[in-house]
Design a protein around this ligand. Structure first.
Ligand code: FES
Length: 121
């Protein structure tokens, strides 16, 4: 495994994504709530730039005591990466597709040290 420097620790703002190309692979490094995540920026559906779309929390149905829908809420602990081409959604924490666990984004390890943020590839 090699370490590839992505940026300095303060360089990537929270909520931002940086695309780096390593060994002909486009890898997206995402910073969310101070944590880093890295995925192959290639959607398993039709090859779209999966990590360049919006990120949004899981929507949760709110039901009354009779099971009737009374509203919606957001689960901010379950952020989704939404592919900009056709809307496939993947859990930010592990890259697994929200609707079909057999589909996932390829995940890479991110190492944060005082001298930088690195991809392990
Ligand atoms: S290419 Fe990503 S949803 Fe279709």
């Amino acid at each position: 495994m090699a370490e590839i420097k992505v940026c300095s620790p303060a360089e990537l703002a929270d909520g931002a994504v940086r695309i780096v190309t390593v060994k002909n692979l486009e890898i997206a490094v995402i910073k969310h709530d101070g944590k880093y995540f890295a995925y192959h920026n290639h959607c398993p559906h039709q090859g779209g730039p999966a990590c360049e779309g919006v990120r949004m929390p899981q929507v949760i149905d709110e039901l009354d005591e009779n099971g009737r829908l009374i509203g919606h809420a957001y689960d901010k602990d379950d952020i989704h990466i939404v592919c900009p081409w056709h809307g496939y959604e993947f859990h930010l924490n592990d890259g697994v597709n929200v609707s079909d666990k057999r589909i996932r984004l390829k995940k890479f390890d991110v190492i944060e040290r005082s001298d930088g943020v690195f991809l392990s590839v």
